[in-house]
Design a protein around this ligand. Structure first.
Ligand code: PHE
Length: 332
């Protein structure tokens, strides 16, 4: 009987050791310790063996069961650990942070044109100046030789601001008031460009916007002449537009310059682009800026930036510049 129990226990132990999964082990447990397991059957036989051997056999049987139970316990823990480990590997989530697809932006095409223009003039020795967008009627008009009632005022379609005396405050209609502020702020010689936003009461269409951009130039020095103005426009044209482009001045009229001219750019194919206005700074304007016209002379010019951007990038509608549709902006 003892031998039988020992053999059954050894077989049970071998079965436990060979269980490869928790499911196998469960099967082994019921096979080896369940109702029809060999050890269970042996226990039932106890009653039929001689009384003097029963005690020893009973003890051997209990030990055998305990041994199998404890082996089952060990094996269960081992298999459970292994299964958990392999499940962790199988179910592992890759939580490494993947940076979202960030799109780098770039400067708006008007800003690009604005900055390139600044660069060209800075390269020619100019400083960049600024003036307020909300301007006084005096800086925008009177100081520029456009007194109240002057017909030139009508050309500017002014947007007035409800501030101070009626008609005294406005959104600047051009960058020319920065000429006055530059002269008031510093002594000549003055070499500045002043890019910025300007405003006019206009209905938006392909070639007009109530908000647009200009760049103003002002030079005040000793003995400045019309030849310096023409030469400056020519150098600027070559540097900004590139080789093969040239410029010309056409007589025109502005109240703040005398003589005044319109300047055009000739493209390599011979066609002309009207760019802006220029001229020798009017003595009244020098005086308004606190500069003595007996000692100093100078020239000024001003032109739109937006149209340059349109031309450069082959866009045909000014409104595209302001709608800020990324699908449009992304192209440049
Ligand atoms: N301010 C003028 C305009 O807006 C342009 C200009 C500037 C003309 C400087 C002459 C000198 O039309």
């Amino acid at each position: 009987m003892i031998d039988q129990i020992t053999r059954q226990a050894d077989e049970a132990a071998a079965a436990v050791e060979s269980a490869a999964t928790l499911a196998d082990l469960q099967q082994v447990e019921s096979d080896q310790l369940g109702r029809s397991a060999p050890l269970t059957l042996s226990k039932r036989q106890l009653g039929s063996i001689p009384v003097e051997n029963r005690k020893e056999a009973g003890r051997a049987l209990n030990e055998a069961r305990r041994r199998v139970e404890s082996m089952l316990e060990d094996r269960r823990r081992t298999l459970a650990d292994a299964e958990r480990a392999s499940r962790l590997v199988a179910e592992r989530l890759d939580l490494t942070e993947v940076p979202p697809a960030v799109e780098a932006g770039h400067a708006h095409i008007v800003t690009q044109a604005w900055e390139e223009l600044e660069d060209v003039f800075v390269g020619m020795g100019y400083e960049v100046a600024e003036g307020p967008e909300v301007e006084t009627d005096w800086h925008n008009f009177d100081a520029l030789n456009i007194p109240a009632g002057h017909p030139a005022r009508d050309e500017f379609d002014t947007i007035y601001v409800n501030h101070g005396k009626a008609g005294s405050t406005l959104l600047r209609t051009h960058t020319s008031p920065v000429q006055i502020r530059a002269m008031q702020q510093s002594e000549p010689p003055i070499y500045i460009v002043a890019p910025g936003r300007v405003f006019r009461r206009d209905t938006a269409d392909a070639t007009h916007m109530p908000v647009f951009h200009q760049i103003e130039g002002l030079v005040i020095d000793k003995g400045i002449s019309l030849a310096d103005l023409a030469g400056t426009i020519e150098v600027f044209t070559e540097r900004y537009f590139g080789p093969g482009f040239s410029s010309r001045l056409r007589p025109n009229h502005f109240p703040f310059t005398e003589p005044s001219a319109e300047f055009d750019i000739q493209r390599p194919d011979g066609s002309w682009l009207e760019l802006g206005g220029c001229g020798m700074v009017h003595p009244d304007v020098l005086r308004a800026g606190g500069v003595n016209p007996e000692q100093w002379s100078g020239f000024a010019f001003g032109f739109g930036i937006d149209r340059l951007a349109l031309m450069k990038f082959g866009v045909d509608d000014l409104r595209e510049l302001f709608t800020n549709d990324v699908r449009f902006l992304r192209q440049f």
